[in-house]
Design a protein around this ligand. Structure first.
Ligand code: PGA
Length: 247
């Protein structure tokens, strides 16, 4: 089965009502490659707005979800609440949450399990820090992060993996195509050995970290790069070029 190219736009904590409307209207009017699955992820408070106005096949993802149902969890949003407003996707395990908010592999795995059980599809972010890369432990780190999820989840059909080296996020320092392909191939091998042949064949593995319209075309040529998770550039008109860079 061919893996449909997937491009996600992670707006992070950026945007106002006016700005988010304008980004989405730009996407609505753009000519987007129909063979690419496009997902945008505005801050939670703008999810209903995004759902209401996005057209042109553009889907919407939350940037986080809690691992419990509705209840006394101040400030959290449940999978059921995301579904209630028509959101079908969630980003989990972004390095900004792992690093700044101390989210552990175990918590990320627990949230992934809860999201899937609640009927959401998950963009699961993994990636090594600069120190870990320099110590030669990149593959150990990403497979450790994946293993925590595999301990909780057996069906990977609603998971998209985003490999995002922490040193490349928001730094302008993109991984080389060789670096990306090497890690993506290792992730696919891990899927084959740990989950199933089917998961290895069908799971989309995205690259994220300083993706722009300047580097996306070349990255997209790599056999194990099935798309991108884009931060900064997803707020700009050039996001359309990144979407259309599918090989
Ligand atoms: P960036 O962010 O494209 O701004 O580097 C990517 C991400 O954090 O998903």
């Amino acid at each position: 089965m061919a893996r449909k190219f997937f491009v996600g736009g992670n707006f992070k904590s950026n945007g106002t009502t006016t700005q988010i409307k304008s980004i989405i209207e730009g996407l609505n009017q753009a000519s987007l490659n129909p063979n690419v699955e496009v997902i945008i992820s505005p801050p939670a408070i703008y999810l209903p707005l995004a759902k209401e106005i996005a057209s042109n096949g553009v889907q919407v993802a939350a940037q986080n979800v809690y691992d419990k149902g509705n209840g006394a969890y101040t400030g959290e949003i449940s999978a059921a609440q995301l579904k209630d407003v028509g959101v079908n996707w969630v980003i989990i395990g972004h390095s900004e949450r792992r690093a700044l908010l101390g989210e552990s592999d175990k918590f990320v795995a627990s949230k992934t399990k809860a999201a899937l059980a609640g009927g959401l599809s998950v963009i699961l972010c993994i990636g090594e820090s600069l120190e870990e890369r320099e110590a030669g432990t990149t593959i150990d780190v990403v497979t450790r992060q994946l293993k925590a999820v595999a301990d909780e989840v057996s069906d990977w059909s609603n998971i998209v993996i985003a490999y995002e080296p922490v040193w490349a996020i928001g730094t302008g320092k993109v991984a080389t195509t060789e670096q990306a392909q090497e890690v993506h191939a290792a992730i696919r091998k891990w899927l084959r050995e740990t989950v199933s042949d089917k998961a290895a064949e069908e799971t989309r593995i995205l690259y994220g970290g300083s993706v722009t319209d300047k580097n996306s075309k070349e990255l997209a040529t790599q056999p194990d790069v099935d798309g991108f998770l884009v931060g900064g550039a997803s707020l700009k008109p050039a996001f359309v070029d990144i979407i259309n860079s599918a090989a």
